[in-house]
Write a protein that binds this ligand. Structure first.
Ligand code: ASP
Ligand code: MG
Length: 452
């Protein structure tokens, strides 16, 4: 990935949450998710908020997602037309969702007497590679956005999309990709902060839709946030967090439905976190529990237990552009010289991966493939795991007390993940959240969204 054209933030600088109401000229990138712009009233509410930010003396760039569940509805529509949509056409279709919300928001802002212009991803200079459906940003040239700001406009940018450099093809960045658009623009424009507006008050210790007693996290390191996002916490797109960490962009995740201070994601784990009172906070041992229902489990049965076979299997999967998550290889059954290899991957990539594996069956020499979509993954994340013994013991005891059977296990330095049957996942999340003392008395507010 090439670097953004402008200076990036000094990632080693301590991030200080600005005092509420402070009037300083800043460049703010604000991203509003689908639930914040779900209908005309939502768009008008967001417009007022954006205009207020400009009136407070800031330059404002806004990135929008498609209205409500538009992207899912477009996917449903495509599925009614064909079961094999060309990836290029899918991107043409899905990128339309964000064009609707960007234009409506610009209209609503103009109606309030401020001036706004909307831009598609390609107009905003989001240059990507050519992998349709999950393109990566390779360069950002925001000169049209800079010009719009210089003329006193609020710039509205369609999230989740870009354009290839050589062929001018329209691409999308993968589900939830508007967050990444926002951070990439913030880095390229050298913005002071990237605010991610959503339908909850910030990042919680678990999804409040599953665990109503989850608590809001005030500050979290980008290292932990990366693990949460990679483990299925849908609040931030994984690549958004990677990008913010790499370019030192401070993220403030907050609700578009309230004025509450949200969660600050600070770019480096080593940064001292300073509150408004100037107190350094100690990192808690556990920061949260994430869950994921978007993966399936593939088991390749009867793989010859000789060097090179795992490499061959995973090369086939890589060539199908599939992202593997957990991997388990069983000990070979005595005397057979054969072993089973299981792994998880996104359900949406399952069909392609299976087809590719079947095509390579004779060459690799395995016996069969099993495929199961009825799984769920739970992950416990916390930087303090490194230095606090006993976390695994508490974790597995809590699951066993609840009679929850475990299918697969994987860990990192700051994460423990298990795969369970899909039906047991919610219960497992609640049990683990409780076992680590994360429950609070008060119920988290979910302001909108269908959680789809
Ligand atoms: N509209 C796209 C989606 O629903 C992108 C986004 O919301 O960030 O995945
Ligand atoms: Mg969305």
């Amino acid at each position: 990935m090439s670097t953004p054209t402008t200076e990036v933030h000094n990632a080693t600088q301590p991030q200080v949450a600005p005092a509420a109401g402070a009037v300083t000229q800043q460049l703010i990138v604000q991203k509003f998710g689908g639930s914040s712009v779900a209908d005309a009233d939502g768009i008008k509410r967001v417009a007022r908020r954006v205009v207020d930010a400009q009136k407070a003396g800031n330059e404002v760039v806004v990135v929008v997602s498609a209205m409500g569940d538009t992207t899912d509805e477009l996917l449903d529509l495509a599925a009614q037309v064909t079961d094999s949509a060309p990836a290029r056409e899918m991107d043409m279709l899905l990128s339309a969702g964000e064009r609707i919300s960007m234009a409506l928001l610009a209209m609503a802002i103009n109606k309030l007497g401020a001036s706004a212009q909307s831009f598609t991803g390609s107009q905003a200079g989001m240059i990507t590679d050519g992998i349709h459906g999950k393109a990566r940003i390779i360069d950002v040239d925001p000169h049209r956005i800079r010009t719009a700001l210089d003329k006193g406009n609020i710039a509205i940018v369609a999230g989740f999309q870009g354009m290839t450099r050589a062929t001018n093809e329209i691409t999308t960045l993968g589900r939830g990709g508007s967050d990444t658009t926002a951070v990439a623009l913030a880095a390229a424009l050298d913005a002071d902060v990237c605010e991610i507006y959503t339908d909850v008050d910030g990042i919680f210790t678990a999804d409040p839709r599953v665990v109503p007693s989850a608590q809001k996290i005030d500050t979290i390191s980008s290292e932990e946030m990366l693990e949460l996002a990679a483990s299925g916490a849908k609040i931030l797109h994984l690549r958004c967090v990677e990008y913010a960490r790499r370019f030192g962009v401070p993220l403030h995740v907050r609700s578009s439905f309230s004025q509450h201070e949200g969660t600050w994601v600070i770019p480096s784990a080593d940064d001292k976190i300073t509150t408004q009172e100037g107190v350094a906070l100690e990192q808690p041992i556990i920061s949260g529990v994430a869950h994921d229902r978007s993966e399936a489990k593939v088991t390749v049965v009867g793989v010859p237990d000789i060097p090179g076979k795992a490499a061959a299997i995973f090369q086939v999967i890589a060539d199908a552009h599939s992202n593997i998550d957990m991997i388990v290889q069983n000990v070979s059954t005595h005397g057979t010289g054969k072993t089973d290899i299981s792994f998880t991957l996104p359900i949406v990539e399952g069909a392609d991966a299976l087809a590719a594996l079947h095509a390579a069956q004779d060459q690799i020499g395995f016996e069969a493939i099993e495929y199961n979509e009825q799984i769920g993954k739970l992950s416990l994340i916390g930087a303090g795991m490194r230095s606090h013994p006993g976390v695994s013991a508490t974790f597995f005891k809590a699951l066993s007390d609840a009679g929850i059977n475990i299918n697969m296990i994987s860990t990192s330095e700051i994460r423990i993940s298990v795969v369970t049957h899909a039906d047991l996942l919610d219960e497992a999340v609640r049990v683990i959240h409780k076992a680590f003392g994360l429950d609070t008395e008060s119920e988290a507010t979910v302001y909108g969204g269908t959680g789809r």
